[in-house]
Write a protein that binds this ligand. Sequence first.
Ligand SMILES: NC(=O)NCCC(=O)O
Length: 334
Amino acid sequence: MSESKKINSVEEVLEKYIPKDELHKHTLELPAESKKLAEEINLELKGYSFPAAQEELRKPRIVRIGAIQNSIVLPTTDPLDKQRDAIHQKISDIIKVASAANVNIVCMQECWTMPFGFCTREKYPWCEFAEDAQTGPTISLLKKLAKAYNMVIVSSILERDSNHGDTIWNTTVVISNRGKYLGKHRKNHIPRVGDFNESTYYHEGNTGHPVFETDFGKIAINICYGRHHPQNWMMFGLNGAEIVFNPSATEGDLSEHLWGIEARNAAVANSYFTVAINRVGTEVYKNDFTSGNGKPAHKDFGPFYGSSYVAAPNGHRTPGLSRNSDGLLVTEVD
Ligand SMILES: NC(=O)NCCC(=O)O
């Protein structure tokens, strides 16, 4: 993989060597306003569609899915409120672009509100980012945006359950397009691999495999490490999911060889759309940390390789976003 680290995206390589008219047959022309807004914030904006045969007796159910990948904004040593506000602002700006692109359901990467500080195994300050799944600052912000833009928002956060001894969970919250809390799912497979020391922070989730009925379809969330477990994907399918989001934070040496396969296979095996979203950038921490894997102590975590994509039940997939930069992938499905 060392050579590939210099590659911005697989798509860039394909574009270089494959004739234009044979690539990306189903690009989606996005509104000029969304392109303008994306340019203003230096955001990679891509649109694709999965066309389906028109039926005589059933109307199409066209849904636009938005997948957002991003780096953190400020150094991990800055005051926490400033770090979180800066990421909130970045994602608010991107959701505005998604609205201009007529997105119906948007999802961000895993724990997008914070650096992925679990590598350090330190309680403070990282657990301070944890918040209530219904009333916390992130969810309060997203409720307003969801209502203003008539958009379902799927948001991965670090959850603090104050009703149960301040326990910490890795949780994804679904907010309806009317700005209401619809429900949550807690990550059920916890990594203890490489720099992913998450078992220090939370346990396997206790929410089963819920599917959320939204105005734009039945959706579920398979959080990051859960994508390595086919039965996990299967359960969401058995429970009726039409679209399964996979908000992730993962890095090259560990998983890049699996990234393009797992969500795509899951779409085929379970007959639903999958949305694989990964963060970008390298995050640097104040204190050295080790991960019990024989590697020297270090301060940096990453690079997270982005490459977010959507896959369809027939095995087709969109090109991925870049490996390095913030992006919004808009995919129209029927
Ligand atoms: N956040 C997380 O579950 N990462 C695990 C790394 C991987 O499985 O790719």
